[in-house]
Design a protein around this ligand. Structure first.
Ligand SMILES: [Zn+2]
Length: 496
């Protein structure tokens, strides 16, 4: 039987506010355990939570950027459960009346425009962290993270393949980074993803039993875990078994999911409205204000780059994955507007490679660029004006990174300007031809491919500085001149 997967993702995004959601404690990562705590976030009796206005503003930004409807009134709810990292015995979240609903994210799936609908977006507080010490039997609790604001973003089950799930997640992360509410770092846990996945015979419209998969802390983990789970469920049904509704954990080392617990249901949490917090009323003026403050979003920017710079969708997609990368690209094009496509190639091949290798993109904004965008524009200009070859440009780029100098300065200092003087180039060619009489004869006898050999030799002799186009023309001219001079008519037929 052929199966189709039905996937919905639940994402938790840590908001970049300076203080926690219901108290003034810092959200800064890396403090000593339990340093960023107070009676409110450690759940002492008799204290009252006070809502951080900035959290609501960030949530509104995310909701508006994903085309959600904002509820005029939303309510805080207590989600009750016991765990040592949750001293109050409940988490303040939203349940029946979330802040925002009915949104969507526009995506590009294999060149096709597609959308994934959002069920809801709501705010909640994070729990603390349990640390299980391997060297003793002790389990320790760190409450620095307790009360850090989170957005929960729940998608409809519109996703059908692991690749689509990856595209959705990257698209969502890009939006959150563009609007500067979350740094999107999955490895550090500021973006977390749980997946609901079920399978059904292809063509069927009823839903199969779904399994929730947790502990997906990278894009790779999301795609791998879904692949594994789809196969596991399909094989189970094929062998006559039944999929059990449960929560499973992804084990990245063994690349498999394993059962964690039977799936808890909403009523297990005994949700009820939090009596310590008033219903949240969002003034329509505030919504308008936030809406006008939003930047151009990834999907719009992707379309604009394709329109204004005639970029292929592939380029536009990569360049707009991060706002700062798109800004960088546009600044380079601004410095040299004549060739946006070549600049795009340089950003994708060279700039992003360095950023990836040196992990410069772990923060919301890249502050340490391989080179300023104006320098990259100037470099492409030098190539297009024939002053340097594409090959030399790679050397110049490396030097730009090392010294921070402009490409012009580097080319002048190191004498990297292309040899465009016919006399000088001709002399190099003559030397190469004289040194390789046999190859010249072979070329004359019809081995056209040897042209590349001669090009290579001259390039070597000029340390890559020969203008390729001029070199090709001159070389062909000289080779045919040589062949005319030495070959007698009819000698080509000598073999027959
Ligand atoms: Zn606190």
């Amino acid at each position: 039987m052929e199966y189709e997967a039905v996937i919905g993702l639940e994402v938790h995004a840590q908001l970049l506010t300076k203080s926690k959601i219901f108290c003034g404690c810092s959200t800064k990562f890396g403090a000593a355990p339990n340093y960023n705590t107070c009676p409110v976030c450690t759940g002492l009796p008799g204290v009252l939570p006070v809502l951080n206005r900035r959290v609501v503003e960030f949530a509104l930004r995310a909701a508006l950027a994903t085309h959600c409807e904002i509820a005029p009134v939303s309510r805080w709810a207590r989600k009750n459960y016991f765990y040592p990292d949750l001293p109050k015995g409940y988490q303040i979240s939203m349940y029946e009346s979330p802040l925002a609903q009915h949104g969507y994210i526009a995506l590009n799936l294999n060149g096709q425009s597609a959308g994934v609908r959002l069920t809801r977006i709501h705010m909640e507080e994070d729990a603390g962290k349990n640390i299980h010490d391997a060297h003793s039997d002790a389990s320790l609790v760190d409450l620095n993270r307790a009360g850090v604001p989170l957005l929960e973003i729940v998608s409809e089950p519109d996703i059908r393949t692991p690749e689509e799930a990856g595209t959705y997640l990257r698209g969502l992360r890009a939006i959150l980074q563009y609007i500067e509410v979350c740094d999107g770092n999955m490895e550090e846990g500021s973006l977390r993803c749980d997946a609901n996945v079920s399978v059904r015979p292809r063509g069927s419209t009823t839903l199969g039993t779904k399994v929730e998969v947790k502990n997906l802390n990278s894009f790779r983990a999301v795609e791998k875990a879904l692949q594994y789970e789809i196969q596991r469920q399909s094989e189970m049904i094929d062998s006559g078994g039944r999929v059990v509704q449960e929560t499973r954990l992804w084990d990245a080392d063994r690349e498999m999911t394993r059962s964690m617990r039977s799936k808890e249901l909403a009523h297990d949490y005994r949700y009820f409205p939090d009596p310590d917090l008033l219903p949240l009323l969002v003034n329509p003026d505030w919504i308008d204000e936030v809406k006008t403050s939003l930047p151009e979003l990834p999907a719009e920017r992707r379309e604009r780059l394709m329109r204004e710079h005639s970029l292929p969708v592939y380029d536009a997609e990569i360049l707009t994955t991060r706002k700062d990368v798109a800004d960088y690209y546009e600044a380079a094009v601004h410095a040299y507007p004549s060739d946006p496509k070549t600049i795009s190639n340089w950003v994708m091949d060279s700039v992003l490679r360095v950023i990836k290798d040196e992990k410069l993109d772990t923060e919301l904004r890249i502050t340490k660029w391989p080179c300023p965008p104006e320098h990259l524009g100037a470099l492409v200009c030098l190539i297009n004006e024939g002053k340097i070859s594409g090959k030399i440009a790679k050397t110049v780029f490396d030097e730009m990174r090392r010294s921070g100098k402009t490409p012009e300065a580097i080319v002048n200092e190191q004498g990297l300007t292309q040899v465009r003087d016919e006399g000088a180039l001709g002399a190099h060619i003559d030397q190469v031809l004289t040194a390789n009489p046999n190859k010249v004869a072979d070329y004359r006898a019809g081995r056209d491919k040897l042209l590349q050999f001669f090009v290579g030799q001259v390039m070597k002799a000029t340390q890559g500085k020969a203008n390729p186009q001029m070199l090709n023309e001159l070389l062909k001219k000289k080779l045919s001149a040589v062949s005319n001079k030495h070959s007698a008519p009819g000698c080509i037929t000598g073999k027959s």
